[in-house]
Design a protein around this ligand. Structure first.
Ligand code: HSE
Length: 436
């Protein structure tokens, strides 16, 4: 049967992996797809690299715009990243009637509504399995495998760099800055790791999962984002003593008042499987009303894991290429005319549990002052621990875990607690999820 032709934009790590895996597994992929999938042209600014990787197997150009207008190309694989030229190329490819497969989470989270509307209009597919959690088929699971369910919540470790850093901080008791430096030396973290450590990369991925889970439009601007750069090794140690681990989680939850969308360091019970996901691995928990909790685990980045997701999309597109667009799997799981604009809850209205750490003078009445303020705000304490002061030390750390409370109540209590003369410096506040 006539092959389906692919134009690949960007032959960096993931592009190279896609080229390699498609070639290595060509025979089985063809048997699955029903026809050969061939990369016929690669566009990259670095022509020398493109020639080296492709080794004469296909055409090479530095003009990506020519590729998206090439009448012989059926599918564009966009691996350029970002929302500048990549957006122009994706929209041009769609306008030219080409299907698109992309790993570009930033583009979809911020411009996805426009891109999917354009694709719908043109009757083309946009595959994006590789945009969330690399090789883990989480988009497939949410969009198809769990389609019977009313999804209640998703909580995921969806950034490998930060999970690696947190694992090292916990294992070695080292401060954030030292571990980040080491991660950069080992090539785990980018030279500019801002998107990873500030939680933005995780927020992009969370936005995409939330849209598919709830049939909501992409709402990146509604995500509450807190990264890991202020985390202290001391909190990891105290969390451990209380039976918890700290992970950077992306959480989206459907509540009666609206949808929660938040990325922040989170205490989770150490006995949960997801608490034991270490190093650069990713994992996503999904709670559906029928199935209960399911867990998806694997590599969230890297050449071949990401290629695995890209090629899965290529096979899907190839199988559905000739199908009536009305009968394909909808881009965002729900039929386009059945998408809704759900209210995104401001973080101040989110209800969760909290970990509080305070440095206080070690003298009578201190705890009473603090608990009185918490009681005034209807905040109930679930557990408490006080570090034994060293000999001669006049200050100590108090660590408290609260029951569920609304974020604005804890914020108001923190302002009052920090103003107490016996409390020294800023209070450390982290969120806690049971994930049940
Ligand atoms: N930088 C991401 C991570 C991988 O560290 O998980 C690509 O999304």
């Amino acid at each position: 049967m006539k092959p389906i032709n692919v134009g690949l934009l960007g032959i960096g790590t993931v592009g190279g992996g896609t080229f390699t895996v498609l070639k290595r597994n060509a025979e089985e992929i063809t048997r699955r797809a029903g026809r050969p999938i061939e990369i016929t042209v690669v566009a990259d600014k670095n022509l020398e690299l493109a020639r080296k990787v492709t080794a004469g197997a296909c055409r090479v150009t530095d003009d990506a715009f020519a590729v998206v207008s090439d009448p012989d190309v059926d599918i564009i694989v966009e691996l350029i990243g970002g929302y500048g030229v990549a957006k122009e190329l994706v929209l041009k490819a769609i306008a030219n009637g080409k299907h698109v497969v992309t790993a570009n989470k930033a583009l979809l989270a911020t411009c996805g509504n426009e891109i999917f509307a354009a694709a719908q209009e043109q009757g083309v597919m946009v595959g994006f399995e590789a945009a969330v959690a690399g090789g883990i088929p989480i988009i497939k699971a949410l969009r198809e495998g769990l389609t019977a369910n009313r999804i209640e919540w998703i909580a995921g470790i969806i950034n490998g760099t930060t999970n690696f850093i947190l694992s090292e901080m916990r294992d070695k008791g080292l401060p954030f800055a030292a571990v980040l430096k080491e991660a950069q030396r080992l090539g785990y973290a980018e030279a500019d790791p801002t998107f990873d450590i500030d939680g933005i990369d995780a927020a992009h991925k969370l936005t995409i999962m939330s849209a598919i889970a709830f049939g909501n439009s992409m709402s990146f601007e509604g995500v509450y984002i807190e990264g890991i750069s202020k985390l202290e090794a001391a909190d990891m140690k105290y969390a451990e003593q209380l039976g918890y681990r700290i992970k950077l989680l992306g959480i989206t939850k459907r509540t009666a008042e609206g949808v929660e969308l938040r990325v922040h360091p989170t205490l989770i019970p150490a006995k949960r499987l997801i608490a034991n996901v270490e190093g650069a691995m990713n994992a996503v928990l999904v709670k559906g009303d029928a199935v209960g909790i399911t867990l998806y685990y694997g590599k969230g980045a890297g050449a071949e894991p990401t290629a695995s997701a890209i090629i899965a999309d290529l096979v899907d597109v190839t199988r559905m290429h000739t199908a009536d667009p009305e009968h394909r799997v909808p881009h965002l799981a729900f039929q386009p005319d059945a998408m809704v604009d759900l209210t995104i809850l401001p973080q101040s209205e989110v209800i969760t549990r909290y970990y509080l750490r305070l440095r206080v003078e070690d003298k009578p009445g201190v705890l009473a002052d603090i608990t009185r303020i918490l009681a005034d705000h209807q905040i109930s304490i679930e557990a408490m621990m006080q570090r034994e002061p060293d000999a001669g030390e006049e200050q100590t750390d108090i660590i408290m875990l609260t029951h569920k409370t609304r974020e604005k109540s804890i914020d108001a209590a923190i302002v009052r607690i920090e103003a107490l003369p016996v409390v020294k410096g800023a209070l450390i506040r982290l969120r806690l999820e049971e994930l049940l």
